[in-house]
Ligand binder design. Structure first.
Ligand SMILES: Cc1cc2nc3c(=O)[nH]c(=O)nc-3n(C[C@H](O)[C@H](O)[C@H](O)COP(=O)(O)O)c2cc1C
Ligand SMILES: Nc1ncnc2c1ncn2[C@@H]1O[C@H](COP(=O)(O)OP(=O)(O)OP(=O)(O)O)[C@@H](O)[C@H]1O
Length: 316
């Protein structure tokens, strides 16, 4: 897959690209709804015997359009998003810098410069996709703005079978906030995954019989709610089952220490892995983090957590 970063105004000429079928969206998470849109574009490209492309934006539009000055966290930071889109068989990925000037383009200018201008023959997007200043352009107005230069396919709404809600990045964000990683797995069509590096902790874990790998995240990931989870961790291309505590370790820390830690205890694993690059996959929530009155209580609870995670991985 060829990745092209585009800054507005761009100087790309139509001749720089072969004819394209283009999927449009922000695609944070590349969830099942997004996969439906991207797969439809890849299939349409095959039928028309042309190349497939995806256009996404960076950073998240809320950085430019929002009024809050909050740091944005992602379900899939850009590097992960690229990887997953590539696996869907896409030929070209356009990453458009979402600047205020770009956001201010009229719907017609967006279509002229970013669809027709990139040699796009066909556009695929979801039923609620919008484009141009204030999101004024919709899938209904697209044929008008296309000036007969390209066709379009509108992908219907994919809903979650359990609650009949639209599968969306916002729904996944809410579920991560509540710690429901099992539901997130259903919405994504794969477990929620993060990349990180093993760093040194307080070295207490070994003494209490549960050595843990302390993980520093390598990107701006959204993190699941504080608590204990059944996870899998990949080290050197091999996956291990384990339990993860994401939280503040209230049993040991001062209440005013707000640094969040992510630590994983792997079963059947005894090697030193400081400095290693690892991936964590989140499968099931076990419980809330607690402040224990002593180490013995903590140890016996961690043993129960471990049994529960082993039980989960045996059954799933
Ligand atoms: C599965 C698991 C569950 C944990 N649950 C709690 C908890 O509920 N409360 C708490 O204060 N610490 C909890 N911890 C964190 C331990 O206190 C921590 O692993 C230990 O202090 C070692 O920390 P260190 O690696 O920084 O040395 C948990 C750790 C694991 C692996
Ligand atoms: N459940 C879905 N069914 C069909 N199309 C979808 C679905 N979810 C998203 N899409 C389409 O995928 C593209 C990318 O979606 P986008 O990144 O804008 O956000 P989203 O997943 O709809 O979430 P949110 O609105 O919560 O940010 C758009 O074209 C959108 O219409």
């Amino acid at each position: 897959m060829k990745v092209i970063t585009v800054h507005h105004p761009h100087s790309i000429s139509k001749n720089d690209f072969p004819p394209l079928v283009l999927a449009l969206g922000y695609f944070d998470g590349v969830h099942k709804g997004h996969q439906r849109v991207i797969r439809a574009a890849v299939e349409e490209a095959k039928e028309q015997d042309v190349s497939s492309a995806v256009m996404t934006f960076d950073p998240h539009p809320s950085v430019v359009l929002g009024h809050k000055h909050k740091h944005i966290h992602y379900i899939t930071p850009l590097e992960d998003k690229k990887e997953i889109i590539k696996e869907l068989g896409v030929d070209y990925l356009f990453i458009v810098r979402f600047t205020s000037e770009f956001a201010n383009l009229t719907p017609q200018d967006f279509v002229d410069q970013y669809i027709i201008g990139l040699n796009v023959r066909h556009v695929v997007a979801g039923y609620d996709y919008s484009y141009g200043r204030m999101g004024k352009g919709t899938m209904e107005t697209l044929p008008f703005h296309s000036r007969d230069m390209f066709g379009s396919t509108t992908v219907s709404k994919l809903t979650d079978a359990d609650l009949d809600l639209k599968v969306s990045s916002s729904l996944i964000r809410e579920n991560l906030k509540e710690g429901d990683v099992s539901r997130v797995k259903n919405l994504l069509g794969r477990p929620f995954k993060m990349k990180g590096t093993v760093i040194h902790g307080d070295k207490r874990g070994r003494k209490i019989g549960f050595p843990t790998a302390n993980i520093e995240l390598s990107d701006d990931y959204l993190t699941p709610k504080v608590g204990v989870y059944a996870v899998r961790m990949k080290i050197h291309d091999k996956w291990f089952d384990g339990v993860c505590n994401i939280g503040y370790k209230p049993t040991f820390k001062n209440p005013d220490d707000y640094s969040l830690t992510i630590e994983v205890h792997l079963f059947d694993f005894h090697t030193s892995i400081y400095g290693e690059e690892v991936f964590i996959e989140w499968y099931d929530r076990i419980r809330d983090e607690q402040k224990f009155s002593g180490i013995e209580e903590l140890i016996s609870q961690i043993q129960k957590d471990k049994d529960q995670a082993i039980d989960y991985f045996t059954k799933n």
